[in-house]
Write a protein that binds this ligand. Sequence first.
Ligand code: DX5
Ligand code: ZN
Length: 242
Amino acid sequence: MPDKSLFDELRSASPLISVGMLTADLMSLGSELDLIHQAGVKLLHVDVMDGCFCPMMTVGPPLIRPIKTPMFKDVHLMIRDPLEKLDSYVAAGADMITVHVESSLHIHRVLQTLGKMTNVNDPSRGIVRGVALNPGTPLEVLEPLMDEIEMIFLLAVNPGWGGQGFISSTRGRAERSIQMIRDAKRDILLGLDGGVTRKNIADVARMGADIIVTGSAVFDGKAPSENAAFMIRAVTDAAGRS
Ligand code: DX5
Ligand code: ZN
């Protein structure tokens, strides 16, 4: 896709699932990722937790860089003060970088800085900038950021763990975010992350999400390939694209 930006690619292919690798079998990560890629997954969601912004610690750039996959790396930074660390995630091959609005006093500057960075995989691709909101954060914080983002990313769980339940107020927050995007007259993707299972994924797709993260329901220790195919079918059907 040399001449098409990643944003355009995502826009035309959405809704898409982005599969969280937190619960993949790390002893067989390569083959786990091959399985979901072959099932049709285009986005690999990498949850970065620093033990400060949220209780758990996961991976950082040295473990993201060696991941060789044709899937785009969708990096969700649940870390405090991401500004000085953006460079190292870009260098590790991130195609999408989502930062939390709660993570920095100067979130606008973080997004501006990210907007000037180049995708190391392919400079013409661009880096999709997401801004994430915890479930308890009012949506109004988005208003001044609208010109500096390509994706609004709503957490449907509190950050820290896979396998939690989808918080029901996310539905209303998704509706209001879509309205805010319309009012701003901008083309911005909506991402939803957390608690998405085989049971609720069609419903979540009907909430208007473009990017739907699903982790433990795909890497359930049994059938990642079938689970991924099921999720892709569900969002495609829900969008009437089948
Ligand atoms: C929450 C993470 C999510 C989550 C997804 O802290 O951002 O990406 O782990 O996992 P499931 O699908 O298991 O909720
Ligand atoms: Zn995530």
